[in-house]
Design a protein around this ligand. Structure first.
Ligand code: NAG
Length: 138
């Protein structure tokens, strides 16, 4: 008898809780729309506005670190977090590199990109060659 009453109270309490949570959620959406905050734009804004200081500290470099060293740090950190499965940190690291890239002069940036791509494809070609030799391709 008492158990049934308690169970009923829990059910109605749960419904109430659910209702107020749903209401709060709806209100938050309405407020967000009123303020003109769309989730997409808010997110884009945040990622574009990553602090330069934050970007340096994420990659553990500073404004006198040569670009190739920044790339090396990036590759290392990105790889480590891939192995650890931390998508969140990976995206932070990616944004940090992107932010520091913005600091490079336009022509330097273009040149670096070309070089980097050439190095990447050379490295992946070497990896493929290595896999062929050891015969453990996946
Ligand atoms: C800047 O970073 C480099 C490593 O990239 C380090 O050797 C150097 O001491 C740092 N300089 C300052 C002022 O922190």
């Amino acid at each position: 008898m008492a158990a049934r009453i308690i169970a009923q109270l829990l059910v109605s309490g749960g419904t109430l809780l659910f209702r107020s949570a749903a209401q709060a959620y709806r209100q938050a959406i309405i407020n967000g729309k009123k303020a003109g905050v769309h989730e997409g734009t808010a997110q884009a804004f945040r990622s574009k506005k990553m602090d330069l200081v934050e970007a340096y500290s994420i990659l553990g470099v500073n404004d006198s670190t040569p670009w190739p060293e920044i790339v090396k740090k990036f590759d290392h950190l990105y790889g480590v977090n891939e192995r650890l499965g931390s998508f969140y940190l990976q995206s932070k690291i990616y944004r940090a590199k992107e932010r520091l890239e913005m600091e490079l002069p336009e022509d330097v940036r273009a040149e670096m990109k070309l070089k980097e791509e050439a190095e990447r494809s050379a490295a992946s070609a070497a990896r493929e060659e290595e896999e062929k030799k050891s015969g453990t391709g996946d």
